[in-house]
Design a protein around this ligand. Structure first.
Ligand code: FPP
Length: 248
């Protein structure tokens, strides 16, 4: 690691790191238009940013990183853009999986995965299988994901279990409910970052972000840097978290 990068990582107090960071990688399209490029060029640039941020998460030994790659609403975009994003996912998984594996990353895809093409589903499955015994950062890629949709899927699954007599309705508590979510077994989101200026959660990890600290930046995702990621982490370390109580 280069000296300046090590210095950058050392800016963070390791005892005050969030366990789970979630990122809404917004602004690829606006960044591209601003630079007179096609939206697709913005997404390609966004993938490069993602690589740097994942590397930083690995180096800091974060427990979980979840990124919003494609929402349940994104199918409404022009056909060509959806096609391009699908191509990008597929290429990204193939190109990056060995390096992720070497970095001890565990990958997971969260969302309604069965609506992807069989080819992409197979690639996702292979990547998950490859990294399933790793013990480093849990890297969740939210793809065809919506927070409300995830909560409905969890509710349906529990309703079925009740109907089949496997559990009683009264038994359902927070823990049982969380076991039905796509992020089963993972810590709740501590820090939620959104790039590119909008101050919204946009249906991302609604349950998991109940007590998340929010961090917004005007920087478009393609220009988001490890430096700014570290700024967010340092800021998180200085927050007073109350979880509904009087102090942390
Ligand atoms: C939001 O920008 C971004 C997306 C909908 C897709 C995010 C995808 C990537 C960062 C690259 C692909 C990811 C993987 C995992 C390979 P936007 O298009 O909504 O930007 P805008 O709001 O400026 O139009």
């Amino acid at each position: 690691m280069k000296n300046s990068y090590t210095e950058l990582l050392n800016r963070v107090d390791k005892n005050k790191l969030p366990r789970h960071v979630a990122i809404i990688m917004d602004g690829n399209g606006r960044w591209a238009s601003f630079h007179g490029l096609l939206r697709s060029a913005g997404h390609t640039a966004g993938v490069k940013t993602l690589k740097k941020i994942l590397t930083t998460a690995v180096n800091l030994k974060l427990e979980a990183l979840t990124v919003y790659a494609f929402s349940t609403e994104n199918w409404k975009r022009p056909h060509a853009e959806v096609d391009f994003l699908m191509h990008l996912f597929s290429e990204y998984i193939e190109r990056e999986k060995m390096e992720m594996h070497a970095n001890n990353v565990r990958i997971k895809f969260i969302g309604r995965l069965n609506e992807f093409s069989p080819g992409i589903q197979a690639q996702m499955k292979d990547a998950v299988e490859l990294m399933k015994n790793n013990s480093g950062v849990m890297f969740n890629i939210a793809a065809n994901y919506g927070g409300q949709d995830e909560i409905i899927r969890a509710t349906q699954s529990l309703a079925k279990k009740v109907a089949e007599g496997k559990i009683s309705a009264n038994e359902i508590d927070k823990k049982i409910f969380e076991n039905e979510l796509d992020t089963e077994g993972q810590p709740p989101v501590d820090l939620l970052i959104r790039t590119s200026g909008d101050l919204r959660i946009s249906n991302f990890l609604l349950w998991q972000s109940a007590y998340a600290e929010l961090w917004f930046t005007k920087t478009a995702w393609p220009e988001f840097t490890p430096e700014e990621f570290i700024d967010a982490l340092v800021d998180f370390g200085n927050r007073d978290r109350k979880f509904g109580g009087l102090n942390s």
